[in-house]
Design a protein around this ligand. Structure first.
Ligand code: HAM
Length: 415
């Protein structure tokens, strides 16, 4: 049996890649002073019906549970975060700077870069109006992608302002119940034939296409680019009003991250959602908020397709997975002494492995090499001395068994 379409098994090699990605995400979020939180995988269906917008609602994994409650697997983290903040914010000094690494579920058509489950790093700032927060968040997403070995030649953050489009909708007197539909059409226009966009936009098509051609500007956008320039990150970003974002709750600055070659779907996306906390608390709590999410699927494909990023990942994973000491039991009578020594070595923090069943010495050495161990410690006729072989240099010495720890600790570290 295979996993369901759009779902993944994580065999050890891909699990190691996933852990590598998560470790970098945590490291960079920590550098920016973000702290980790989590929430439930399953939420009330209404949380998304009200807040995420039509596109995500169509993709929900929803069902009625045994208590007759309508529930859904989380398709994103932002509604959960807004729900938690609306209820718990009094406990915390503002602004909150929180991150999470949820697995999320969307019933999409599986294709390159899009599956039915994925992991996302979400970073959100809650309770801060200042535009500095928008710049800080965009700097963070840039640094998250840079951490994997990518440069400004590899990716770009396209930054826009939803207010810009909302003003146009007001100016053109589009009724507010059609705004979401119009914004989604503008958002999708890059992936759709021009005629289809034109048909959907109707009389709005002309001004929208004019803006696409001319580009757009606002003082807010110019300030963000200037702030990124001060950080030396301006090469990673550009103003691009075609970015609107598909989710319904965004209210201001929005952005998406793309590979420069245009091979992949968006790597990350986010923006301001200043009304969501208020909406979830029936206006009891009002709090400005902004955030982004970066997924593991496109990022993983980009890493595997980029020589330097891939080499960096393989080096890190290789070093983490390698066993340090392989214990070779040359005489089965020595198994008891070997096990006792292994316990000591492991208590000291060494990664130690050995053959669980009796095996020929040559085979045990082969296994030692395959596990990329630095040392083989050989238990045989020489007891109470044991052989310590440096598998890099091939040198073997006999040492008293209670001297093995010191010998291993004093060995010069691996290049
Ligand atoms: P989103 O743009 O829907 O935003 O998703 C963020 C990222 O998740 C995408 O750029 C992409 O890398 C990844 N992603 C989305 N759908 C899939 C899929 N089907 N398969 C693989 N990867 C996928 C949000 O989710 C917002 N809640 C982000 C946010 C946080 N806004 C404010 N705070």
């Amino acid at each position: 049996m295979q996993p369901l379409s759009g779902f993944r098994d994580f065999l050890p090699a891909s699990c190691a890649e996933r852990n590598y990605i998560f470790a970098k995400w945590r490291e960079v979020a920590g550098r920016y002073g973000f702290v980790e939180f989590d929430g439930p995988v399953l939420e009330e269906l209404d949380l998304y019906k009200k807040k995420s917008g039509d596109e995500i609602v169509r993709q929900l994994y929803e069902f009625v549970d045994k208590g007759e409650r309508a529930v859904a697997l989380r398709p994103e983290m932002t509604p959960t975060l807004a729900r938690i903040v609306a209820a718990e914010h009094r406990q915390f000094r503002k602004p909150l700077k929180w991150f999470a690494i949820p697995q999320v579920f969307r019933y999409e058509r599986p294709q390159r870069g899009r599956l039915r489950e994925h992991f996302q790093l979400n970073c959100d700032i809650i309770g801060e109006e200042s535009p500095e927060a928008d710049a800080e968040l965009i700097a963070l997403v840039i640094d998250v992608v840079r951490a994997f070995g990518f440069t400004s030649k590899d990716f770009v953050v396209r930054i826009s302002d939803r207010e810009f489009w909302m003003e146009l909708l007001k100016l053109e007197k589009v009724p507010s119940n059609r705004w979401e539909e119009m914004l989604q059409t503008i958002d999708k226009s890059e992936r759709e034939p021009r005629e289809k966009t034109q048909e959907r936009l109707g009389k709005l098509a002309k001004p929208v296409f004019e803006i696409f051609e001319k580009g757009g500007e606002s003082a807010k956008l110019t300030n963000i680019i200037e702030n990124l320039r001060l950080r030396g990150l301006a090469d990673f970003a550009k103003v691009d009003v075609r970015i609107v974002r598909g989710l319904a709750y965004y209210t201001g600055i929005v952005f998406e991250v793309f590979d420069r070659a245009g091979k992949f779907r968006a790597i990350a996306g986010g923006g301001r959602y200043d009304q969501l906390v208020a909406q979830l608390s029936d206006n009891a709590v009002s709090m400005p908020a902004l955030g982004f999410a970066i997924g593991d699927v496109v990022l993983g494909e980009m890493i595997r397709g980029h020589a330097a990023a891939r080499a960096q990942m393989e080096k890190t994973i290789g070093a983490e997975r390698a066993v340090e000491i392989y214990v070779v039991i040359a005489k089965e009578e020595q198994r008891g002494n070997a096990v006792a020594m292994m316990q000591q070595l492991r208590d000291c923090g060494y990664r130690v492995d050995y053959s669980l069943a009796a095996a020929k010495v040559a085979r045990q050495f082969r296994l030692a090499e395959q596990s990329r161990a630095r040392f083989a410690v050989v238990f045989g006729d020489e007891w109470p001395q044991v052989g310590v072989k440096d598998l890099e240099t091939g040198q073997q010495v006999l040492v008293a068994h209670d001297d093995v720890l010191r010998h291993v600790a004093e060995a010069p570290s691996r290049a």
